[in-house]
Design a protein around this ligand. Structure first.
Ligand SMILES: C[S@@+](CC[C@H](N)C(=O)[O-])C[C@H]1O[C@@H](n2cnc3c(N)ncnc32)[C@H](O)[C@@H]1O
Length: 213
């Protein structure tokens, strides 16, 4: 068995924070304005492709995985997260989704076990190259990975002036996102901005869909 890829520095602290924040996470305004638009895009990407076995990685309190199960009725739906506090909320939400503990960088699935992997509003927490490689590993041929991620609309001025990529928040540009996918073996099938109401355009995220050939 190969050595697991390292997670981001401080990722344990991040996931412990989310355990602590879990009870407040489902607040209506937060979900409606921040998280729901990205989840809507992922549902649309899945709806047009009809995958049978789907996993939501970094599923949090399970809102998206539960929607996938209820709205698309695939054969099986999994929700995976590193935060037990978030997973406890998720378990309360649905007994039909299978909730699993695990990091995005070392998923609890065999090679080729899934037809779709999605993740929303969490990619900035991952070791991104390792996570995208892991998505590729667990997908069957023809499977898709659909990722929504924070992504700047304007070029980074520090990078422009100095040539140095200072990007601690790990917000890839559209081109960097495509490179992460193609380096892992995917063909990029779709990429566009997440549609948001005008006043929330400040949250600038991107959906990228890759297909395993
Ligand atoms: C902002 S929440 C997003 C939850 C959900 N995807 C949504 O759209 O509502 C971020 C989640 O990422 C999880 N997370 C952070 N790093 C992770 C990692 N390396 N592997 C798995 N989950 C991780 C946290 O525990 C937390 O539940």
């Amino acid at each position: 068995m190969s050595t697991p890829a390292p997670r981001q520095p401080l990722n344990d602290v991040v996931t412990r924070f989310w355990s602590f924040a879990a009870p407040a996470y489902d607040a209506g305004f937060l979900q409606r304005w921040v998280y729901r638009p990205a989840q809507d895009e992922l549902i649309a990407a899945l709806r047009s492709r009809h995958p049978a076995r789907v996993a939501d990685i970094a599923c949090g309190t399970g809102i998206l995985a539960d929607r996938i199960e209820r709205e698309l009725s695939p054969e099986s739906v999994y929700g995976v997260d590193m935060s037990e506090g978030m997973l406890n909320e998720a378990r309360e939400r649905s007994p039909r989704v299978q909730w699993l503990t695990g990091p995005a960088e070392q998923l609890p699935f065999d090679d080729g076990a899934l037809d779709a992997v999605v993740t929303s509003s969490a990619f900035h927490f991952f070791n991104q190259p390792a996570a995208v490689r892991e998505f590729y590993r667990v997908l069957a041929p023809g499977g898709i990975a659909a990722v929504t991620a924070m992504s700047p609309r304007l070029p980074d001025p520090i990078k422009q002036l100095s040539g140095i990529a200072w990007n601690p928040a790990k917000q890839p540009t559209p081109r960097e996102m495509s490179t992460l996918f193609t380096d892992a073996g995917f063909t990029v099938a779709e990429q566009h901005r997440v549609a948001r109401p005008a006043w929330t355009l400040v949250v600038s995220d991107l959906i990228t869909v890759g297909v395993k050939n």
